[in-house]
Design a protein around this ligand. Structure first.
Ligand code: 26W
Length: 816
């Protein structure tokens, strides 16, 4: 397509969707018209994709996730469709600037963190690799809150991301599906004289699909992300209106439609609230209905084919009710017998675990579930009874084991254990890194792994190189292409061809020049966002991820305090200038996480303005961390902080994004860090701290005593003392004191003191290396060269081989 044709299309959409001529249009109009102009190409591709998938009767994967963090789509979609240059020229010819417009696009924050971003990377890879795929999720009206900082404290503001309309979504009212809730189960005589359970007195609500098309790169194949919005039924209104109870009718509608009003802004802690259960159930029931309807259109009632045509992937336990809803459908609607229903269900479902944190494992009170989905409760009990019968008859005496396997937690208020349900109803269960899968097998799901070892697989996470290099770091992407040619975007292993350039002086210089320019851009953003002036020549030391105690932003803060104290001790000592960059949202109810934000901002205020420091250390906490901000920070990072307590970070994916963009990692032997070390080699990464095994031994033995580290290490003791006194949170001393108390009076669950010395030593090695820019560049280049394996294309191929068994589909119409 020519720039001229693109410009015309753009003007067309300005005029006929916004009612505007160019002269009267504002930034929001520009974004919308541009999106619609590109969307045309996506729709053509989606139509062709659907046709091909149907024609080949291809097995399709359905990725079910409560969260998707798509990020902005304009530049990505322009790149994927080959329209970037025409669009750039077109905008220029109209006196506009593409990048300025692109900067106005909102970032749909329909997720919390890693799990949601992984889902988005996977849809990109599925499309790019020509697999037929649907993502299913919820269209929250309010996404992740906007984070502001006031006096160093996090303040949450609502994210009304839909207020100006969202040009990428296509509402599909024609595909609205009914979802039943409430009521009770009665036993009635069925057609064959047998007593059968009948779900009665339910009320209905509707799921209205909104599709977002996810373009494959260099192929016409498109993934469909279908997001459900809750809608109250119209019939219901008439009934109540006619009884004159107008107010009640409106209030009831309101309550129903509130189901998809807001994303739960907390991860690593299960909410246990009715609204959340309704959200999870809506996602599951609407999606299963949709998938089953499509199956029926193509294959009628040939249910025996179901697992050969349909795969459901459960993104953590949040959609685990899929298993129960499928059972309900096969038993009650398709009238299959239990054994067949169960075989079909298990053969089509599989479950990915994303965390081992006990407080993040979902359990639902049976009583609550009964009031929302009484028929499902019966089915879960029956699944449990049959499973325990089977296990118990083989092993009658091991009652403890039966208790651990049970889907029902019986002690106190009865609760369903969703992880047990997800495992029992899946033919494959996967962890998201090697270590994580091992810990899943041997700790959290040990009894299940002993029963069904062949069902557990390790599939290490990956990231899409299209967003996380090609589009977010065009300078580095161009440099890479200039040396190894195009094609790495779809075959990231080709980055290994850069390895031999690691010691080439000219390439090193170019590589560092790119990094320097990216840092220059970030310097500007930091000035605008935080009002802090930072030196682009300093080392950019970056920790960006959700704020959680196990991720140990606090350990990072303790290191900054160490460096600051050393300077105060001897202002003339030589230090490697560093800029510490943080981005992190705390769950609104996570008190300790909010205290850590306050502490980091307190350190920033003191360190940044101390004349003794003389600008050699700067601390910047960038507000409102989200995909868009990640895309600005990552290309500019020198050092990647991956310092979780070993055994707790399932995988991490920021670690991969930063290494791919040429940052060196300082990290523990946790999650995918271990595999990153194996890939880049020990000399090209800074590893420190206790292993998961050592940490577990220390914790479980009950011998861990933070005070023993305090007494043995005067520098550490002095830092801990500053926390007790509130040195770095003047005016809010108690905030810092509470942090101190969690470490020193409540056992330091995440082993900050145990790992402190080892961390500081590793940081000294980092600080010593950085001034040798050639040596640094060589290691950074080796990191980039070794990151090919961490492409989400590799991860998706593994899911296909190990779990889904899909065939690639060639799309007929539309240009590649
Ligand atoms: C029920 C509340 C809740 C919500 C979300 C609990 C837990 C979660 C997620 C499982 C948290 C999460 O995002 N986990 C992250 O998943 C990434 C993708 O696999 C991993 O890379 C991270 O290590 C893991 O913390």
């Amino acid at each position: 397509m020519t720039a001229g044709a693109f410009a015309e299309r753009f003007l067309h959409y300005l005029r006929y969707t916004r009612g505007l001529e160019l002269a009267d249009a504002g930034p929001a109009d520009h974004v919308a018209a541009l999106a619609l102009a590109v969307r045309e190409a996506l729709v053509d591709r989606a139509v062709a994709s659907r046709k091909a998938w149907t024609e080949f009767q291809a097995k399709t994967v359905h990725y079910l996730s409560m969260e998707y963090l798509l990020g902005r789509l304009l530049i990505n979609n322009l790149i994927a469709t080959g329209l970037l240059e025409p669009a750039r020229e077109a905008m220029q010819s109209l006196g506009l600037n593409l990048d300025t417009i692109a900067d106005e696009e909102i970032d749909p924050g329909l997720g919390n963190g890693g799990l949601g971003r992984l889902a988005a990377c996977f849809l990109d890879s599925l499309a790019t690799l020509n697999y037929p795929a649907y993502g299913y999720g919820l269209r929250y009206e309010y996404g992740m809150f906007r984070q502001e900082l006031r006096d160093g404290w996090q303040v949450e503001r609502p994210d009304r991301w839909l207020k100006g309309g969202y040009a990428w979504e296509i509402q599909r009212p024609d595909l609205t599906v009914p979802v039943k809730v409430g009521g009770r189960v009665e036993w009635r005589q069925g057609r064959h004289g047998k007593n059968r359970p009948v779900w009665v007195d339910w009320r209905v609500l509707y799921g209205v699909p909104h599709d977002v098309l996810i373009a494959g790169y260099g192929t016409p194949n498109v993934s469909v992300l279908r997001l459900w919005a809750a809608e109250a039924p119209r019939e219901f209104d008439f009934q109540i209106f006619s009884q004159g109870d107008f107010l009640r009718a409106v209030a009831e509608r309101e309550r129903t439609e509130a189901i998809t009003r807001v994303l739960y802004p907390a991860d690593y802690v299960a909410a246990g609230r009715r609204l959340r259960l309704l959200q999870e159930y809506l996602l599951v029931a609407a999606s299963v209905h949709d998938v089953v309807s499509r199956f029926r259109l193509r294959y009628g009632e040939a249910w025996e084919l179901f697992p050969t045509k349909v795969a459901f992937q459960l993104n953590d336990t949040h959609p685990a009710l899929t298993i129960v809803e499928l059972m309900r459908f096969f038993l009650d609607d398709a009238e299959l017998r239990w054994a067949q229903a169960w075989d079909l269900t298990r053969a089509s479902c599989s479950y990915t675990n994303h965390t081992l944190l006990p407080e993040a494992l979902e359990t639902w009170p049976v009583a609550l579930m009964e009031s929302v989905i009484p028929r499902h409760v019966q089915i879960i009990y029956e699944i449990n009874r049959r499973m325990l019968d089977e296990v118990g008859s083989a092993n009658p005496r091991d009652l403890d084991r039966l208790e651990r396997l049970s889907l029902v937690h019986e002690d106190g208020e009865k609760r369903f254990r969703m992880a047990n349900l997800a495992i029992a109803g899946s033919h494959r269960i996967n962890g998201v890194a090697k270590l994580h899968t091992e810990l899943l097998r041997t700790r959290v799901a040990r009894d299940f792994a002993e029963l069904w070892p062949e069902r557990f697989v390790a599939i290490t996470n990956g990231i899409t190189p299209r967003r996380w290099l090609l589009s977010c770091n065009p300078r580095l992407a161009d440099l890479v292409t200039s040396r190894i040619g195009e094609g790495w975007e779809r075959d990231l292993d080709r980055l290994s061809e850069l390895a031999h350039l690691a010691d080439e002086a000219e390439f090193q210089q170019r590589f560092m020049a790119v990094k320097r320019e990216n840092k220059g851009d970030l310097v500007e953003s930091i000035r605008t966002l935080c009002g802090i002036a930072v030196d682009p020549g300093s080392m950019f030391d970056v920790q960006i991820k959700r704020l959680h105690e196990y991720k140990r932003q606090l350990l990072n803060a303790m290191h900054i305090i160490a460096l600051y104290r050393r300077i105060k001790d001897d202002p003339s000592r030589a230090v490697t200038p560093r800029t510490f960059i943080f981005g992190a949202k705390a769950a609104p109810s996570y008190h300790m996480a909010k205290l850590v934000i306050r502490l980091i901002n307190g350190i920033a205020a003191i360190v940044n303005s101390d004349p003794d420091v003389g600008g050699r250390l700067k601390v910047a906490f960038l507000p409102d961390y989200r995909v868009t901000l990640a895309e600005q920070i990552i290309p500019a990072a020198d050092l990647s902080e991956q310092i979780s307590t070993a055994g707790w970070e399932a995988s991490g994916t920021g670690n991969m994004k930063l290494a791919l963009n040429g940052a060196l990692t300082i990290g523990t032997l946790d999650g995918a860090n271990i595999e990153i070390r194996d890939a880049v080699g020990e000399d090209n990464i800074f590893i420190f701290g206790l292993t998961a095994e050592q940490g577990a031994v220390l914790t479980i033995s009950g011998h861990y005593d933070p005070w023993s580290y305090y007494r043995a290490d005067p520098e550490l003791a002095a830092i801990i003392d500053t926390l007790r006194k509130g040195t770095f949170t003047p005016g809010d001393e108690s905030a810092s004191h509470e942090i101190w108390s969690v470490l020193m009076e409540h056992g330091d669950r995440y082993l900050h003191l145990a790992d402190f010395r080892s961390y500081v030593e590793a940081q000294s090695r980092v600080g010593a290396l950085y001034p040798d820019q050639r040596a640094w560049a060589a290691k950074a280049i080796r990191n980039v060269a070794a990151m090919g394996w961490f492409s989400s294309d590799r991860a998706i191929r593994r899911y296909v081989e190990e779990i889904w068994h899909l065939d690639q589909v060639k799309i007929g119409a539309g240009e590649a």
